[in-house]
Design a protein around this ligand. Sequence first.
Ligand code: AMP
Ligand code: TRP
Length: 325
Amino acid sequence: MRVFSGIQPTGAIHIGNYLGAIRQWIELQDKNECIFCIVDLHALTSPYDPAKLENSILEKAIVYLAAGVNPEKSVIFIQSQVKEHTELTWLLNTVTPLGDLGRMTQFKEKSKKFKENVNAGLLNYPVLMAADILLYQTEIVPVGEDQKQHVELARTIARKFNQKFGETFKIPEAKISETGKRIMSLSYPAKKMSKTDPSESRIDIFDSPEKIKEKIMRAVTDTGKSIKYDLKKKPGISNLLTIYSLLANKTIEELEKKFEKKGYAEFKKTLANAVIDALDPFRKKQQEFLSRDVYVKTILEQGKKRAQLIAGSTMADVRKKMGLS
Ligand code: AMP
Ligand code: TRP
């Protein structure tokens, strides 16, 4: 099956991105044809520093590689280097219902967060995402829960296009991990962990052991003493249990038992060590790739060529179907 997913280059990649998306990518790449993109064009819709963009993109390529994306199995490339993404976005705009765009949760949230910069790109963001997905005749889109609505819209757009112009696009499906779909903020357990929130609210995948310890010890917990999974009454502890369970490969029940008679402080200390151990290999690989930037750039160059072949072939079909020569 064809798999496509992407992450924006601005901001550091955190364990929410890893547990919600990247971990699924690694599992899928053995048996599927996977394409993983660094979606720099999407990042332009929120405030960013142009002078830092190129470096952020390279850093994300290193995250993909360090986390286990294998460039011999999967294509890794930069969205803006394959022009078909912007071309298809315009064409898909003409079949996208405006009302649907205004109803997107992410658009509403970002318009509130960046009040002084509610640009049209923010509204059309999901159309560019639909173009990313549909260009590659994608069947599976592994993402966190927050992106489900955007994948649904990509399905709607694909169906509308196919109805109007004839069978052209495969209808993609979101793949969402049951357990890691929504990792919450360490500071506000009612909010999802987000790249654009303050650093103490998230654990980045290359955080140092000292930082990890500090952030976990400060994480907001709930009233009471018991280490029990209860999303309503104990959202903070439940989130920490989820993180622990996924990174250390232990069930929640096992962990509840292990900490039955222990307090929050001991739980957090043990959790911090488990997170440090789980992320340690990533940090080591990051160091290795940082010293091999020519290699990383070569992978992106090869990825671009492979992506372009598929994207070009879909675009030729789309143009023909739409009556463009
Ligand atoms: P973004 O940080 O918006 O570029 O998201 C990149 C990928 O990570 C997408 O598939 C998101 O759905 C996923 N993701 C982002 N934040 C979280 C989170 N807190 N929990 C689980 N998945 C997430
Ligand atoms: N919008 C996604 C996010 O913010 C990133 C993204 C862009 C994406 N294009 C994509 C994810 C295509 C999956 C498929 O997380």
